[in-house]
Design a protein around this ligand. Structure first.
Ligand code: SF4
Ligand code: SF4
Length: 472
């Protein structure tokens, strides 16, 4: 029912998008292997991602893992930097850059992210490969699924699920390795000495991988991922999408690959021979000939499959191709247009701001607070002292030696320790005692700058406070 209480007669359709009823029962999809240029390209885009994911937790930089999310300490370690809770806006900024980049990229080039680099796509491809080598190509898998249980079927299924489980466990273990020391975690897991908590998380992430890539597959893209739903907001008629050219393909007519168009009704039929190969290779089970659909992940399997058919028919390739809706209607594709220029400009501003913030980020912080209680104290000699607490945060990944200095209109002496070393990623509180002669105090409240310097690099940070004393 709509807001007026009436039932709409027709489902609402997004212009340019074909839609399907979300309450349709989804059948299991037995995808046929397409081969071809774009599937080979996916191999080259997926592998760097996989290698990076599995290797990163093992790589050390200055004795520390390159990247670690230390949840108990609420810190993120990245190369030689440690981000503390007060600085989590910096990784947050990175997320905003990634989201803006994805918006810009999608507005111009469509769902290349989904088709080539999204972890869901890459892991699903690995699981489908395992299915292919254990149960055979598409039609064989259909027959196997329909066949009654037999020794052969049990062996094939066991083999497939074993490979899935190994892949899922490696993924779960590596994922948890981003939150703890990878070497120790692996050793503890294989020797059954890992803590209950670590084991639980490895099992949870392994199970999530197993069900996501093995069972849910395209359902995650269709029902869980919000990115697919936002396409209508990001796409326009100039966006590059995988599209079927109806002007060239229609009217489609089923015919054998031996019969070319010149022999059929004086070329009354289009180039599409209605072989259905583009549907059989589609991992989300749609027919791209029905127009742009939100389910389409832009994987281009249908482009490869159709190119093969076109080659057999000796027709030019590109009946299904990467193109824009404008190009399909014989208008020019405008790469530089309002939304792409603005989002590109916003992306550049965000990246520049981030680089500036990162390059100006000091590897340590100082914060000075007056000790509560008396405003000032008197020594036995009649001199005036003030007490402070200095909080120092070493954000670097190395033991660092620091020196403390003060700057003020008053001639102040530092009575507490001035030089000290602090362990990496540690916050310490140190006392600071300043002393002045009563004769020098001309104001009840004099500004004091406390400066902390890294002795090795001479890099300094400062905080200000006040020195309080009696007026003569
Ligand atoms: S693969 Fe090409 S020729 Fe075959 S049905 Fe699809 S669009 Fe038509
Ligand atoms: S229609 Fe299917 S096969 Fe073609 S690009 Fe979209 S998801 Fe891939």
């Amino acid at each position: 029912m709509n807001s007026t209480g009436s039932v709409p007669e027709e489902p609402v359709r997004l212009e340019g998008f074909a839609t399907r009823d979300l309450y349709d029962r989804r059948e299991k999809i037995f995808t046929r292997y397409a081969g071809g240029f774009f599937q080979r390209l996916q191999f080259f885009t997926g592998w760097p991602l996989l290698i990076g994911f599995f290797l990163l937790p093992w790589i050390q930089f200055a004795g520390q893992p390159v990247v670690t999310f230390d949840l108990p300490q609420r810190q993120i370690h990245l190369f030689n930097m440690t981000f503390f809770p007060g600085e989590l806006w910096l990784p947050g900024w990175l997320v905003v850059i990634a989201a803006t980049g994805l918006f810009t990229f999608t507005a111009m080039f469509g769902r290349l992210w989904c088709g080539y680099t999204c972890p869901q796509t890459v892991w699903t491809a690995i699981f489908m490969w395992a299915e292919q080598i254990t149960e055979g190509p598409g039609q064989q898998r259909v027959r196997l699924a329909q066949a009654p249980w037999s020794v052969g079927k049990i062996v094939k299924r066991t083999l497939k699920h074993s490979i899935w489980l190994v892949c899922a466990t490696l993924t779960g273990l590596t994922f948890v390795g981003y939150f703890t020391e990878m070497g120790a975690l692996t050793l503890n897991i294989v020797t059954f000495q890992a803590s209950g908590q670590a084991t639980l998380w490895v099992v949870v992430f392994s199970a999530a991988t197993y069900f996501n890539a093995g069972w849910l597959r395209e359902r995650v893209c269709l029902s869980v991922c919000p990115y697919a739903r936002l396409q209508a907001a990001m796409f326009d008629a100039n966006t590059l999408t995988v599209s079927y050219d109806p002007g060239r393909g229609e009217p489609r007519r089923e015919r054998s690959t031996e019969v070319d168009n010149a022999q059929t009704s004086e070329r009354k039929s289009g180039d599409c021979i209605d072989c259905g190969l583009c549907v059989q290779v589609c991992p989300v089970g749609i027919d791209i000939r029905n127009g742009l659909q939100y389910e389409c992940t832009g994987c281009a399997h249908c482009v490869d499959a159709c190119a093969e058919v076109m080659q057999k028919m000796e027709y030019p390739p590109g009946l299904i191709r990467y193109t824009s809706q404008n190009a399909l209607t014989n208008s020019a594709t405008r790469w530089y247009r309002g939304r792409s220029v603005w989002s590109l400009a916003a992306l550049l501003v965000l990246i520049t701001g981030f680089a500036f913030a990162l390059s100006n980020r000091a590897p340590f912080d100082v914060e000075v607070q007056r000790v509560r209680g008396e405003l000032y104290q008197r020594t036995v000699e009649g001199l005036v002292t003030n007490q402070y607490e200095v909080q120092i945060l070493n954000k670097s990944q190395g033991v660092t030696a620091y020196q403390l200095d003060v700057d003020s209109a008053l001639p102040l002496a530092i009575l507490s320790t001035r030089e000290f070393t602090i362990q990496p990623g540690t916050r310490v509180n140190l006392p600071l005692i300043l002393r002045a002669t009563p004769e020098s105090i001309v104001l009840a409240n004099t500004r004091v700058t406390v400066q902390l310097c890294d002795i090795a690099t001479s890099e300094c940070v400062a905080d200000s406070t006040s020195f309080q004393g009696p007026l003569r």
